[in-house]
Ligand binder design. Sequence first.
Ligand code: GTP
Ligand code: MG
Length: 317
Amino acid sequence: MDQLATRIENQDQRALARAITMIENDHPHKLSLLSELNKRKKGAHYIGITGSPGAGKSSLVDHFMTRLRQQNKKIAVIAVDPTSPFSGGALLGDRVRMHKHFTDEDVFIRSMATRGSLGGLARATKDAIRACDAYGFDYILVETVGVGQSELDIMKVADSTAVILTPNSGDILQVFKAGIMEIADLFILNKADLPGIRKLKNQLKDLIHIAGHNGFEPMIVETISQSKPTGFEELHDALNQHWQYLKQSEAGIKKRKEQLRHEVYELMQEALYKDLYNTIEQTPHMKEKLDQVEDPYHLAERWLDEWRGLKKGDSDG
Ligand SMILES: Nc1nc2c(ncn2[C@@H]2O[C@H](COP(=O)(O)OP(=O)(O)OP(=O)(O)O)[C@@H](O)[C@H]2O)c(=O)[nH]1
Ligand SMILES: [Mg+2]
């Protein structure tokens, strides 16, 4: 694992791709690999970009990458597709679009999908971000579809979260939903060439005003992600501004600390769940009971008690 981590640190993209596959497949040495990679992290700026289907995420990321490449930045893009069982499936169209980037050595593009791993997609994505950070990218962009619970969860690991809205799409309604206002550092109003952009901006400004903020007022940037891309310098400036804010304020330190704390719980939860799951699945009389359960409360409580007793015995002996 040491060797693979070192190869990643030496900017070997094949090693990075292999590590992410190990993460997705829940490889037995996953945790020791991640711990090695964590030691080697370089402090990339993690940027979460989310928006509903068709909002222009892929087009926008493509143009943003072009801008970052002009400034010689190294970039990783992780596209999260919770619906696709096949890694890369959803990216097929994007692959054509992003062709110029796929052949660029300082760009790494990867899509993530669950493969029935118990840890789930959000967890795997966070780990993949870690792996990318050990490689030494300047920016790690994470693109997710929609703003459901698992996207919110993924975004919690981002330094900066950008929510894309478009005119007349009803997207603004999402912002009312719990959680969006708290995670958005930046709103990108894409398709600014379409009518309705003024109205959208005014509605959003009102919402931001009502919601208030603790320290950093979410910014608004207008973009056009088509043949004549517009607003990308402003987008880059806004993200840099938020990054500077995080680096210079207590809020940034607090955010990272909270994320790490949360991850400890999350990793323990995942491990405990796996332990319990494997024990029950591999013990015929338990599995039999599980198939005939009528009172889930009672059974769960009894097994937990038994399991706690077992674990205690383990450490005593
Ligand atoms: N008018 C206009 N159309 C845009 C703009 N940006 C993207 N589009 C179009 O919107 C459509 C969706 O763009 P995508 O980049 O595929 O959107 P996406 O959010 O990645 O979509 P999914 O991956 O399906 O969720 C495409 O037809 C784009 O050409 C824009 O700024 N203005
Ligand atoms: Mg897309």
